[in-house]
Design a protein around this ligand. Structure first.
Ligand code: F0G
Length: 481
């Protein structure tokens, strides 16, 4: 909850008490340099024990509530017909309004099934912005993603509040160019992850939904961050100030044909669902569920997680849960922005996003500025962030490098895990890093996987800049930090 302080600041006060904790350690800078070198300058390859504050992702890293943990002990481990599933189905119907639910083991598994069933060779999927795994599954099924975002979407210094909106004119142009038969579906992602967790407005969503239904095109929503998007609508869209997050979520989902979400984010469990009210869509996907995931009533999820998800789906529309990361992100982004650190604005859901093109303007895109920034931040702070730039793009079929629209170092905030003092520490270290940014140079691949290379790729620091950064840090702070 935002509390106004007596000196006029807005403080994001945590609306929970911490009952169980996990110890972390901050290893000295020399050890951090060694760890990132062993990891090939790729934060995905670091070991958790070497990380002080882990902002790689908010996926599967949130704190569960006591009610979720308690519920998980009531699991019914029946292979078929598990009672746990019926509790989840009831929660999904109550909160999201969908009659049919298919659980899968995680979001990308839902993307796999949806792509397998609806994407055909040569078809296209217009979207407000792709996500890495979504794009991979659509392309593996023979389709192509068309990004049809609005003019402000890629402006990292924007004040526009709905950068996740789809451009209606571009959608209409795509429909007339390809025709409804070539469009597998239209995909709208809640708080578009790769462009800075930016929301769509309900006004825009209504228009996209109308264009789809008028043209008989399937409308799919990736709702992995639906509650964050709903909370941002409440904060930003006229007419929604007095609606609850639950009411806004209901209105959002009422506009789509097919919904999926990674449950690892909003509902703080390991799993995912596909949901719909359309019986024919459900029947098309259902036969593939046991082939790839598991029987209908667990779909690859542990039944403990299914139980916890039934509670998590109800809790995710609680304003204190839906707002928990957004308020910390806002505080984080504004603390950095006022000190001149290049961040993506306006603050959105999910994460604080550093704009690596502006942070490190001397590093060309073919030397991966966002990757270099994530490695540099780890060396000087023990904080793990994620590269969301050119390394996260794969080469095209001819092996040509595809430059990302944005070069982002993403610091994702898991729900109810870190406190404001953690954020203050990172802000301080980023200030130091920004003052020493000239020491950071580019990276080059020494081992490059053919698909989703950001996961396992190994890189090297050009000109051995990691060592120089480490020495400069030690000079100021000593070797213990
Ligand atoms: N869709 C969106 C918008 C996502 O952000 C993610 C995952 C997925 C689908 C895939 O879900 O991980 O359960 O398989 N995002 C994570 C992230 C990985 O770090 O942003 P998943």
């Amino acid at each position: 909850m935002i509390i106004k302080t007596s000196d006029g600041r807005e403080l994001p006060v945590e609306m929970y008490k911490i009952k169980i904790i996990q110890n972390v350690r901050l290893i000295p800078v020399e050890e951090r340099l060694k760890a990132i070198e062993v990891a090939g300058y790729n934060t995905f390859s670091l070991r958790s024990r070497d990380i002080f504050i882990d902002l790689l992702t908010d996926s599967g890293t949130n704190a569960m509530s006591d009610n979720q943990l308690g519920a998980s002990m009531l699991y019914d481990d029946a292979y078929a017909g598990s009672e746990s599933f019926y509790k989840l189905a009831a929660a999904v119907e109550e909160i999201l309004g969908f009659k049919y639910v298919l659980p899968t083991h995680q979001g990308r598994a839902s993307e796999h099934l949806i792509s397998k069933v609806f994407v055909t060779e040569g078809s296209v999927v217009p979207t407000n912005y792709h996500f890495t795994t979504t794009k991979a599954h659509i392309e593996l099924a023979g389709g192509k993603v068309l990004e049809i975002y609005g003019d402000e979407a890629l402006n990292t210094q924007s004040k526009y509040l709905f950068k996740g909106n789809m451009d209606l004119q571009k959608l209409k142009d795509v429909i007339s160019k390809y025709g409804r038969n070539k469009i597998a579906f239209v995909r709208m992602e809640a708080t578009t992850n790769l462009i800075g967790g930016q929301p769509f407005s309900l006004e825009n969503l209504r228009k996209v939904s109308k264009a789809c239904s008028e043209n008989d095109i399937l409308f799919v929503m990736d709702g992995s961050l639906i509650c964050e998007n709903a909370y941002l609508i409440k904060m930003r869209e006229k007419g929604y100030e007095n609606k609850s997050v639950a009411e806004i979520v209901k209105e959002i989902v009422s506009l789509v044909d097919l919904f999926y979400m990674s449950a690892r984010k909003n509902s703080s469990v390991k799993g995912s669902i596909i949901a719909t009210n359309k019986h024919d869509l459900y029947e098309k996907i259902k036969p593939w569920l046991p082939v790839y995931e598991g029987f209908l009533t667990y779909g690859g999820m542990s039944t403990k997680e299914v139980e916890a998800m039934a509670v998590g789906v109800r809790e995710m529309v609680d304003i204190n849960v839906a707002s928990s990361t957004i308020e910390q992100v806002k505080y984080f982004v504004e603390s950095l922005e006022t000190k001149g650190i290049p961040v993506i604005t306006p603050p959105g859901g999910l994460a604080c996003h550093l704009d690596a093109k502006r942070f490190l303007p001397h590093i060309p895109q073919n030397q991966y500025p966002a990757g270099a920034l994530t490695a540099a931040l780890y060396i000087i702070s023990g904080v793990r962030s994620m590269e969301r730039g050119t390394i996260s793009m794969d080469r095209d079929k001819d092996g040509k490098e595809l430059f990302a629209d944005l070069e982002i170092a993403r610091l994702a905030i898991p729900r109810r895990v870190y406190t404001v003092s953690h954020i203050e520490y990172i802000v301080d270290r980023l200030l130091w890093l920004y003052r020493h940014r000239d020491l950071i140079k580019g990276l080059k691949f020494v081992d490059e996987p053919p698909i989703l290379r950001f996961f396992f790729g190994k890189l090297q620091a050009l000109d051995n800049w990691g060592r120089k950064l480490c020495d400069a840090f030690k000079k100021e702070f000593g070797s213990n930090w």
